[in-house]
Design a protein around this ligand. Sequence first.
Ligand code: ACO
Length: 273
Amino acid sequence: MSEEQADTVIYTVEDGIAWVWFSRPAKRNAMSPKLNRRMMEVLDEIEYREDVGVLVLGGQGTAWSAGMDLKEYFRETEANGLRGVRKSQSESYGWFRRLRWFQKPTIAMVNGWCFGGGFGPLFACDLAICSQEAKFGLSEINWGILPGGGVTKVVVDLLSMRDAMWLTLTGDLIDGAQASAMRLVNECVPADQLESRTAEVARMLLQKNPVTLKFAKDAVRRVGLMTYDEAEDYLVRLQEAMNFHDKTEGRKEGIRQFIDEKSYKPGLGAYDK
Ligand code: ACO
């Protein structure tokens, strides 16, 4: 591993799943400019690999991510003036955006601390599963900034106004069960089941038509900003675009296996790809 890659991100690909890890445990996986640059490279390396169907983002050590690195991301880039600040912002926002619109479905597997800027990749992942040990907080208020870099938008989109306001103004920590009750994550499981449950969800996604997964996840993110009529029109056109892109003609095959072959029931599981 080169010096540029040390203390940043590691990943493996196994059975269709890319396991990507924040790998800076001594600094609680705080996102440094170096980590942000490497994460973009990693996403670039795996996004279109044919042997990757799902991406899981986990954290090594006791943290998922302690947010932006207060020393390297804030203090040191500010020392380089506006140019330094904008550069480091675009590097972090860049990979969050890349992950939001990633070609494959993505799962945040939150093992421990998740602070502030960590809500960016948390939101970028399509699904989120956390451990009972996980702790989430908007600590920005504790050191005198507002939840920037999209984080206020993330909590307003994901949570009720009261919960978003509570986290923002108090900096209070919530645990995994509370995060699940607030719907910040899909599920909370005991720590020793976090990886196995995440792998199980990933394998379930691997059964589905991969072209449909990409179009469907984009649809969920985009229609929230549309009126009903805009969404209806967009979804008609999206489905037509999807039919064009799906060279396997999956929907016809799905209908055939149900109606003609009677080999599966769409209400109970996916057709055989
Ligand atoms: N930025 C820079 N360094 C960090 C960060 C961070 N966000 N989080 C942890 N570290 C470093 C510590 O400075 C320490 O470094 P050192 O070993 O060189 O002294 C090391 O990681 C370990 O941290 P500890 O505080 O000793 O670990 P502990 O397990 O006791 O506490 C905790 C973990 C609660 C995560 C604590 O480190 C913390 O409060 N971190 C800051 C969390 C935060 O507010 N993040 C910013 C959110 S706002 C934003 O992202 C825009």
